[in-house]
Design a protein around this ligand. Structure first.
Ligand SMILES: *[C@@H]1O[C@H](CO)[C@@H](O)[C@H](O)[C@H]1NC(C)=O
Ligand SMILES: *[C@@H]1O[C@H](CO)[C@@H](O)[C@H](O)[C@H]1NC(C)=O
Length: 366
């Protein structure tokens, strides 16, 4: 399968990195920073003629990531500093088989997964920093920090001090995408205990929110799924609650793949996006919820129309999580994956702090 090929290529790549230059790097930064472009694989941006384009454009961020590892920059949390070089010899993007596989979805965290072959483990052991990274995606680009914060964003926002921490959960059965030969799942799960729409509890089957012994259920974060994906009955419950809360606003003809669409102008706009009903994931382990505001729930599909970015899980036998928090839901949210402490720090939508993921100051001070 193409997925397996991809993972083998990736792990070969990482093995080469770790055996060659990283091991010889004498400079020991406290953290590394990487800016990357992020594009929607589902829409076929990955093209077999990608070489004709600027190498930073038009392909999947995982591949960009892998190629850009040639020039990971150290950071003090405010600006990138000295470049830590890594051999510039490969990677792989845009082959038809990989494209196909991306379209049907492989794990978005392949290089950043829990698995020991993950890029993070390689970097962590090469530079002896804790297994910790933070990602911040903007609509078309993003930044990843390897190692510790601070994370200074313009104007003057230090985000590591503003995170809410919750446990990262382990899926016991390693089902679904992102694991190889029974090795631990590369996927990141969090504990959601209920869902609210505009402060009203959504009536749902809460068994679905737990990960069972077979690894079915629960809530995971995926950067490969563009939108939020819900198990069918949860989809029905959440979208019905949304429609009820939004009943005063007329719907317009749906734009595929979405079902619930509106004229954007019928919703007022706020700092946090369209003023649509708030979707709240109530967390098991925190008094605060994971709030999904308009900017993260509504997808602008053009012509002044915005649609609710929630889809039914089309392949429940492959994607076993009941809730998949997709890339659109984490855009302009800073997420810190601290594997050493097995916890996730999240910022909530950064527009609330008057910044965005595009606001890391990439002016180099090296
Ligand atoms: C709730 O979901 C679980 C897991 O899918 C299922 O076994 C159970 O029958 C459901 N309960 C109800 C009341 O639908
Ligand atoms: C970005 O960082 C550089 C180098 O530290 C600094 O000179 C510049 O003023 C910063 N830009 C802004 C907009 O703060």
């Amino acid at each position: 399968m193409a997925c397996t090929n991809y993972l083998i290529l990736l792990s070969t790549f990482l093995a080469i990195i770790s055996q060659t230059s990283l091991a010889q790097t004498s400079f020991s930064p406290s953290a590394l920073v990487l800016q990357f472009l992020w594009v929607d694989c589902d829409r076929g941006y990955v093209s077999s003629s990608y070489k004709e384009h600027d190498h930073k454009l038009r392909y999947d961020w995982r591949a960009t990531l892998a190629q850009d590892v040639v020039a990971l920059q150290s950071t003090d949390g405010s600006n990138p500093g000295r470049v830590v070089s890594v051999p510039n010899n490969m990677f792989i993007c845009g082959s038809t088989s990989i494209t196909k596989d991306l379209a049907s979805g492989v794990t978005g965290m392949a290089g950043l997964g829990r698995s020991r072959i993950g890029m993070l483990s390689q970097l962590a052991s090469a530079f002896s920093f804790k297994r910790k990274f933070a990602i911040c995606l903007s609509s078309s680009k993003g930044v990843i920090f390897f190692g510790d914060g601070p994370y200074n964003f313009l104007p003057n926002q230090e985000l590591s001090s503003q995170l809410t921490y919750i446990p990262l959960l382990i899926n016991p059965d390693n089902v679904g995408r992102g694991y190889i030969n029974g090795k631990p799942s590369a996927e990141y799960y969090i504990g959601v205990k209920s869902v609210r729409v505009n402060n009203v509890d959504v009536k749902l089957n809460s068994t679905l929110l737990k990960i069972n012994n077979e690894g079915v259920g629960g809530t995971k974060i995926s950067t490969v799924d563009r939108n939020m994906v819900l198990e069918q009955s949860l989809y029905n419950a959440v979208t019905n609650a949304f429609l009820k809360a939004a009943s005063k606003v007329p719907r317009v003809k749906a734009v595929r793949p979405f079902n619930i669409c509106y004229n954007s102008k019928d919703w007022g706009s706020t700092r946090l996006g369209l003023n649509v009903p708030l979707i709240e994931l109530v967390l098991q382990s925190s008094s605060s919820s994971w709030n999904i505001y308009g900017a993260n729930s509504m997808v602008d599909v053009g012509n002044g129309v915005a649609c609710l970015g929630i889809l039914v899980n089309p392949r429940p036998n492959i994607v076993k999580a009941s809730i998949v928090i997709g890339a659109h839901q984490i855009e302009d949210n800073l997420l810190q994956f601290d594997l050493a402490a097995s916890r996730l720090g999240f910022s909530s939508l950064l527009y609330g702090q008057r910044t965005t993921c595009g606001n890391f100051n990439f002016t180099s001070v090296a």
